[in-house]
Design a protein around this ligand. Structure first.
Ligand SMILES: [Zn+2]
Ligand SMILES: [Zn+2]
Length: 396
């Protein structure tokens, strides 16, 4: 392992604005070509307020511009972020809001400048649909860390498209710039691929950054949507995997998923027994929790990556714990487009997909409640064919 190994270079589709597209830089409204096209109405499910729950909506998708790919959505994973966003738990939202950033579908049409995607190709869209394409992060293929703020797949202003609010994948179609469209390798179950686009890349990226390889010991804290992907991906990288859980019930589930060992984190003796045994920890828990017992399980030069974002303060980290073993305490946010493609290809090579429960549109609200209660193994995925037809007038 070599902490800090650089991520792969961007895909063979430079993210630098060409002279031709420079006019479409942020703050510039849609191009005349787009203005001429007619938007398509798509059926969707979304929230109209923080307490509306999810209801049927009709969303207007822009006519594809020259660099756009129009995607007929087949499946969209349900992420915890969707719950937080639609329920307004992360602050003010732009309602109506159609969530969903684990999108898998097929190409329905492409703009005139798109030559890397063809009709019928199976493709994916994750958490990002644009970024500034110019800052150092973007030029390195790290669009998620765009210095001017990335453009999320739902609920944010899209400067290149007239400051319209992006709307996500609980919908029958979406239009996305080709630079942010992923290729789904053949042979993978499309429903089970969907969660790779957020839960998968969120755990893959820190494991790659730490350069996990055969023989390393990876700790995974929490066994939900993210945690189960961390177990599968770390195993596929050749690591030994130790799961930490507070739940007796999840101990067996962790072994079934492929973990080599599982530690009940509320048992101080078990935690003490794991002293200096782990190289890197992927912590997926979003609730505030004390990290110091986990630092004691790390070896010299170990690292703990925190992926969950608690809404309240965490107990303080002891500097002594970090200093005595030269430990790193790090965060990590999804992954760039090139790395997300690399992750999909890696998962195809190793036969890694998410464990999913496919739900219909009418089951979405119940699925949200079950997600909050931790009652899913391990990810819900919406079958978008169950959305009712779009009405004749767009709500969004
Ligand atoms: Zn997500
Ligand atoms: Zn940028």
């Amino acid at each position: 392992m070599t902490p800090g190994r650089p991520v792969p270079p961007p895909l063979g589709k430079p993210l630098v604005l060409s002279d031709e597209t420079a006019d479409a830089a942020p703050a510039t409204p849609s191009t005349p070509a787009a203005a001429q096209g007619t938007p398509t109405l798509a059926a969707a499910y979304g929230a109209t307020s923080a307490d509306s729950g999810l209801v049927p909506l009709t969303v207007a998708r822009r006519a594809p511009k020259e660099d756009d790919v129009e995607i007929e959505i087949d499946f969209c994973g349900l992420c915890h972020s969707d719950v937080h966003a639609t329920r307004g738990e992360w602050g003010t939202q732009n309602y109506p809001l159609v969530p969903g950033h684990e999108i898998v579908g097929r190409v329905r049409s492409v703009g005139s400048a798109v030559d890397d995607f063809a009709l019928g190709d199976v493709v994916g869209v994750g958490c990002l649909v644009d970024s500034c394409r110019e800052c150092d992060s973007c030029l390195e293929g790290l669009e998620q860390y765009c210095e001017r703020g990335n453009v999320g797949t739902y609920g944010v202003k899209d400067a290149r498209n007239g400051d319209s609010i992006t709307q996500g994948g609980y919908s029958t179609s979406v239009v996305v710039d080709r630079r942010f469209v992923l290729r789904v390798p053949e042979g993978l179950d499309p429903a089970a691929v969907a969660p790779l686009l957020c839960a998968g890349i969120t755990t893959y990226s820190p494991l790659r950054y730490f350069d996990v390889e055969e023989g390393d010991v990876v700790g995974v804290v929490g066994l939900g949507g993210l945690g189960h992907m961390a177990v599968k991906i770390a195993k596929a990288m050749g690591a030994q995997v130790v799961v930490f859980t507070t739940s007796d019930a999840k101990m067996e589930a962790a072994i079934e998923l492929g973990a080599d060992d599982v530690i009940l984190s509320k048992d101080p003796e078990a935690m003490e027994g794991a002293n200096r045994t782990i190289d890197v920890i992927i912590d997926t828990v979003a609730a505030p929790h004390d990290l110091n017992p986990y630092f004691r399980t790390l070896r010299l030069n170990g690292a703990l990556f925190q992926l969950g974002l608690p809404s309240t303060d965490m107990p303080p980290v002891s500097p002594g714990a970090l200093i005595r073993r030269r430990l790193s305490y790090a965060g990590s946010l999804i992954g760039g487009i090139a790395e997300t493609q690399e992750m999909l290809d890696f998962c195809a090579e190793h036969g890694v997909v998410s464990d999913v429960e496919v739900v219909t549109a009418r089951q979405l609200n119940e699925a949200y409640d079950r997600m909050v209660a931790g009652d899913v193994k391990y990810r819900f995925v919406l079958d978008t064919k169950t959305l009712q037809p779009a009405s004749e007038k767009a709500d969004v």
